[in-house]
Design a protein around this ligand. Structure first.
Ligand code: UDP
Length: 260
């Protein structure tokens, strides 16, 4: 697929036009940012891992009827995806308290939530992506109540599926962020963006070792090894593809590697 001009460059991804007007190319960079861009770094190989992990998750979601923007992975760093008009909202789904929730409401990290908690954040870097209520979303026409209801239902279905998928490989899905958009070709509301260790909190089920971007946010080291461990457990990556050694766990965990 021929790559067209650059349409947008974000913190971790670049969007290019493709040969077809309703499809775009999503390129995964190695750049990492945190705390509203205050902390920046390049983590070699991260883009390759996120491309593969997100492809695996979005393909699995499509298999259970959750439509999303992924058309196909093109190469190590790029995916062909549906062009969407993105809702200016980040949807965060939480199962266990961590991150901003623990700080805002003084909840101890690791507290299991009674029910999955869905939060809405207004996508605006200058404002630092503030938490908003559904009433703000309706009032400012970011989405209608019908659209929000549909998206909220999808979030819960995605959460159920991902929790089970990760539990199956001894990983707790603590929380994650998703984005939705209206597909330009037909106006359907679909899941977009990515789902990867950059956008989820993933803890090893036995040791609670963090296997996600918190290793970068909190300077815990071994970032790429943790992302690779997630990919290996999901059975989607050959070790030689990333040029890094797998993370060493005190208790080795069973790893399934798909033979290609
Ligand atoms: N998250 C994300 N992008 C953002 C903000 C949050 O992918 O711009 C993810 C984050 O990785 C975590 C979840 O959303 O899995 C909840 O993040 P939280 O609100 O706790 O914010 P943080 O601690 O990252 O500031």
């Amino acid at each position: 697929m021929k790559k067209g001009k650059k349409l947008y460059e974000g913190k971790a991804k670049i969007i290019f036009a493709s040969a077809e007007k309703n499809l775009i190319i999503q390129h995964f960079k190695d750049d990492a940012t945190a705390f509203n861009n205050l902390k920046k770094s390049t983590i070699e190989g991260k883009g390759i891992l996120n491309n593969r992990i997100s492809e695996h998750i979005l393909t699995s979601l499509k298999d259970i009827g959750i439509d999303n923007h992924l058309v196909k992975r093109l190469n190590m760093r790029e995916q062909l995806v549906d062009f969407v008009d993105i809702f200016p909202i980040e949807f965060v789904i939480r199962n266990i308290a961590a991150g901003s929730l623990t700080k805002r409401l003084c909840i101890e990290e690791g507290t299991i939530l009674k029910n999955p908690l869905i939060e809405y954040y207004y996508k605006n870097d200058e404002l630092g992506d503030p938490l908003v209520a559904s009433e703000h979303i309706y009032n400012f026409d970011w989405a209608s109540s019908q659209e929000l209801k549909l998206i909220t239902n999808q979030c819960l279905r995605i959460n159920d599926f991902l929790q089970g998928m990760f539990r199956g490989v001894q990983i707790k899905l603590v929380d994650f962020k998703v984005e939705f958009g209206k597909r330009k070709s037909d106006g359907k509301i679909i899941l977009a963006d990515e789902i990867s260790p950059d956008t989820c909190r993933l803890w090893d089920a036995n040791t609670e070792r963090k296997l996600d971007k918190d290793r970068f946010r909190k300077d815990l080291g071994n970032i790429i090894e943790a992302y690779q461990e997630v990919a290996r457990r999901l059975g989607i990556l050959h070790e030689q593809n990333t040029n890094v050694r797998p993370i060493k766990f005190s208790k080795p965990t069973a790893v399934k590697i798909r033979k290609k």
